[in-house]
Design a protein around this ligand. Structure first.
Ligand code: SF4
Length: 220
């Protein structure tokens, strides 16, 4: 089903984006996640994040929004596709699918949005020399990340880190760049499904307009 995806965007300077760099606080959230030390896109890293960020003096922040009215209007369709989705199967939906439907739906929409934005960001990297994408959430290209077996990443050309993995407090981008709060599902359909990604730019890069339209269509 085709659903509208709104993309808000802002370019901020390094001095602004480093205000939201709170590695010591954010890594404590990461430690509570199943991917911590089990996914190459997640901490703990064998490099210094400050060194990784050093060449980049601007950041394009991309905030995506899907209005849940379209989801609500087609809820039976979504119950079907989410039940069959790999996201619901991965977390085990036997027996209590209905009671966990909102959680499965949130993960399903997040993964679809992540894939959509990741492809667009990689395309943008191809077109803009020195641009480096930061995807929403952890990498899920493989069903089990090779890091669990202490093997190298199989798609290093496609894997990117997320803002939170690099130690940024993503809620600060919502609050201070877009003047809005992160909306959590908390057992009910949220008013919007959102995600945050970014692109870093080296000094003096021309940032072209056009590839990220304000309104896109996503297949859910
Ligand atoms: S591409 Fe595969 S091995 Fe690499 S980070 Fe993603 S899930 Fe892990």
């Amino acid at each position: 089903m085709k659903i509208n995806l709104k993309i808000k965007k802002e370019v901020i300077s390094k001095s602004q984006y480093m205000k939201y760099y709170k590695k010591d606080t954010v890594v404590e959230f990461c430690k509570a996640c199943n991917n911590y030390m089990k996914n190459h896109s997640c901490p703990d890293f064998d490099f210094l994040i400050e060194d990784y960020l050093e060449p980049y003096d601007r950041m394009l922040i991309l905030l995506t929004e899907i209005d849940s009215k379209e989801i609500r209007d087609n809820i039976e369709y979504f119950k079907g596709v989410v039940y069959e989705s790999k996201e619901a199967k991965r977390y085990g939906h036997d027996g209590d699918f209905d009671s966990q439907f909102i959680n499965f739906l949130s993960v399903y929409i997040f993964e679809k949005t992540k894939n959509f934005m990741s492809k667009k960001i990689l395309k943008y990297e191809d077109q803009v020399k020195g641009a480096l994408g930061l995807f929403p959430g952890s990498c899920s290209l493989c069903s089990v990340c090779e890091k669990e077996s202490n093997k190298p990443c199989v798609y290093p050309d496609k894997m990117r880190y997320s803002l939170e993995a690099l130690g940024f407090m993503v809620s600060d981008f919502y609050d201070e760049v877009f003047n809005q709060e992160i909306i959590w599902s908390q057992g009910e359909l949220p008013s919007k499904f959102t995600s945050c990604s970014a692109i870093l730019f080296v000094r003096d890069t021309h940032i072209p307009e056009g590839i990220f339209e304000y309104d896109e269509i996503i297949e859910l």
